[in-house]
Structure formats: C-alpha cells, structure tokens
Write a protein that binds this ligand. Structure first.
Ligand code: NAD
Ligand code: TYD
Length: 342
C-alpha cells in the first residue's frame, strides 16, 4: 500500500512514519511536509535511507503539489498543521492557511485522486473546555476556544462535509495531549524537561490547576494505524490517554523523576483563554478492538531519558527559536508574559 502522510517531519507524523515502516513491510510512504520551524528532517534521519520512504518538500495548501504528492496513493494520513496554542494567540494567520485552507485543498485532491481512506488527525481541543468529571464523546458539539482549536474544528467540519457531500471516505481522529520523543520544545512537557536539564525555570501558567489527559505518542500512532485499517468510513474516533493530571501534578511527577527542586517552577500569569480541562471518552475506539500498550509512568520515564540522551537534537532548536527566546526572557524577568501582546 502506498500512502501520503502530511506533516511527517513533525512530532507525531515522524513517530507515525517510523511505526508504519517498522510494522508494515509492504508500505510505501510519501511525506508531504513544508519543513516549517516544527518540521525537522532530523526526526526521521534513521529512516531517510529506507527506499520505502520519500519526502516531498511542499505546502499542503498548494493544489498542484497536493495532487502530485497524492497521485497513486490509496490512503492519506493528514497530520500537517500549525499546532501550538500560544503561537495561535500571537498570530492566527498561518493557522487559518494551513489548518483550514490546507485541509480543504487536500480533501479536494483526495477526491480527484479517488483515495480509499482519508484520516484527518485532530484534537480534543475542538470540544473546548469541559467541566466536572465529564468526558467528551464523539457526538458532542464543538466549542473551540483558541485560534488553534478553532482552526482545527473548522478543518474537522470540512472533512466531515467532504464525506457527506461527496462521499469521500474520511475518518476523523481526535487525540488528547501527546508526549514522547521528537516533540518540539515549545510544548509543555519537552519545555519542562529541557528547561530542567538546563537548570532553567519552567513557567507554570496561572494557578497550575488546568487538567490535560496525557497520551504517549507511540499509543497515538498505533491507534491511527489501527483506525486506518479497521475504522468505519465517516466515523470519528477519540484517542485518549486515560491519564488526567493537573499541570501542577504533571510538574511534580517530572520533578520527582529528575530530582529537581520546586524552586525551578516559576508561576507566571495565565495564557489568554486558557482551557481549564480536556478529557476524552474513547470507548468507541476500545470497542473497535484497539488496546493501549504504554502505561503513563513508564512512558514518562522513557521520554525523560530520551531528552537526556538527545541534547544534540533539542539544544539547537531552542537556541535558534526567536519565539521561544522571547517567551523565556519574559518568564525570566518575571514580568507579565502576555502584556506586550495585549
Ligand atoms: P508539529 O507542529 O510537531 O508538526 C507539524 C508538521 O506539519 C511539521 O513537520 C510542519 O513542517 C508541517 N507543516 C506545517 N504547515 C505545513 C504546510 N502548510 N504544508 C506542509 N507541511 C506543513 O505537530 P504535531 O504535534 O506533530 O501534531 C500533528 C497533528 O496532530 C496536528 O494536526 C495536530 O493538530 C494534531 N494533534 C496534536 C496533538 C499534540 O499533543 N501534539 C494532540 C492531538 C492532535
Ligand atoms: P501545551 O503543551 O501547550 O498543550 P495544550 O495547550 O495544547 O493543551 O500545554 C499543556 C498545558 O500546560 C496547558 O494547560 C498549558 C500549560 N503550559 C504551562 O503551564 N506552561 C508552558 O510553558 C506551556 C507551554 C504550557
């Protein structure tokens, strides 16, 4: 089977490609990735010589490139996106172009190329912040709160519309917060681990009581591969981690494993519009027969080990990133990080 993966140089896409090459000997993978700040060929250095894998550098929102890359593919697994909430607060433009327009371009190309499966990879953030002990299920309405989440919700609607209107064989997956190797060090966990390794404070937003459900990336990519094979066309599948933690609790877990003092946690003013809680009901995926294989504590330990042993991967990223440097400076000064943005 020949498949098109979009965004395969990013965190989850690169883990997915590695998983597919390891588990599906007959697979052929075209990776369409623009190599934005988050796209890193180093993420797939170990498989770059594999003849079953080919990277096309290009923009998913370019219709000619999308069609060219998709020609002859049976399936599309669409990861490419602008993915960081804080960046979407600063500048939503690229989020609309890639996540919304780019998704529509891919859906149109998939129709023209008659692909047999189109997996649209989405997020629990489209459901918005949920209260109490509730868990979002696939039939819940979407109430996205950040520009990132709104752009992903728009793309989910477009994917569903392509199924309803044209019968395009779309399946949507919505996962909770991922962690694991090759995650860009702007997201909470890799930022936390690498800051601790650099003896720098981790900026904890607000009161630290926001709740996220943590999913190991290796379980996420296995679930996507499973849905690609067994999922029902037109269906939506939540992929949760079954590990709900307050941000404060997550920091404590990491501090304990790494032997870090509480003084390296800096309370900073809250993210604008910061969603209080995400949690997914993923019983539909479990009923389909998927089994999660990675317990949280072990996966977190392995992830910390990975960042410890891959300094040459993350140090240049942190050094060259003006955005991260800007935030770091704000936190270190202890000033209101978002005051200049407001
Ligand atoms: P990422 O930011 O690490 O990677 C995104 C990749 O997309 C990069 O390689 C980048 O170069 C590429 N890309 C961006 N714009 C492009 C464009 N216009 N054309 C082609 N390529 C482009 O993202 P990630 O964390 O790996 O997330 C992948 C997908 O999973 C996203 O759709 C995201 O919404 C979704 N998701 C992420 C999480 C999470 O916790 N990270 C959770 C649930 C769902
Ligand atoms: P993040 O990794 O940005 O994922 P998302 O906002 O998409 O869930 O953040 C995870 C949680 O950690 C979220 O509640 C915001 C919080 N957070 C911090 O407290 N400090 C930080 O520096 C970052 C990046 C996130």
């Amino acid at each position: 089977m020949r498949i098109l993966v979009t965004g395969g140089l990013g965190f989850i896409g690169s883990n997915f490609i590695r998983y597919m090459l390891q588990t599906s000997p007959e697979i052929r993978i075209i990776n369409l990735d623009l190599q934005t700040y988050a796209g890193n060929p180093e993420n797939l250095k170990d498989v770059s010589g594999d003849k079953r894998y080919f990277w096309v550098r290009g923009d998913i929102s370019d219709p000619a490139i999308a069609r060219q890359a998709m020609a002859g593919c049976e399936a599309v697994v669409h990861f490419a996106a602008e993915s960081h909430v804080d960046r979407s607060i600063l500048d939503p433009g690229p989020f609309l172009k890639t996540n919304v327009l780019g998704t529509q371009v891919l859906l149109d190309a998939a129709r023209a190329e008659k692909v047999k499966r189109f997996i649209h990879v989405s997020t629990d953030e489209v459901y918005g912040s949920i209260s109490g002990r509730r868990r979002s299920s696939e039939k819940d309405p979407l109430f996205p709160n950040s520009p990132y989440a709104a752009s992903k919700a728009a793309s989910d609607h477009l994917a569903r519309a392509a199924f309803i209107t044209h019968g395009l064989p779309v399946i949507i997956t919505r996962a909770s917060n991922n962690f694991g190797p090759y995650q860009y060090p702007e997201k909470a966990l890799p930022l936390m681990i690498t800051n601790f390794l650099e003896n720098k404070p981790y900026p904890l937003y607000g009161d630290g009581l926001n709740v996220r459900d943590w999913l190991y990336v290796k379980d996420h990519v296995a679930a996507i591969a499973y849905v690609l094979k067994h999922g029902e066309v037109g269906g939506i599948y939540n992929i949760g981690g079954d590990t709900s933690l307050k941000n404060k609790e997550l920091v404590s877990c990491v501090r304990k494993i790494m032997g870090i003092s509480p003084s390296l946690v800096a309370s900073v003013p809250d993210r604008l519009g910061h969603d209080r809680r995400y949690a997914l009901n993923d019983s539909k995926l479990r009923k389909l027969g998927f089994k999660f294989a990675h317990p949280f504590e072990k996966a977190l330990f392995e992830t910390i080990e990975w960042y410890k042993t891959h300094e040459s991967w993350w140090r240049p990223l942190k050094k060259s990133d003006g955005y991260a440097a800007y935030y770091q400076k704000q936190y270190e000064k202890g000033t209101v990080p978002f005051s200049e943005i407001r």
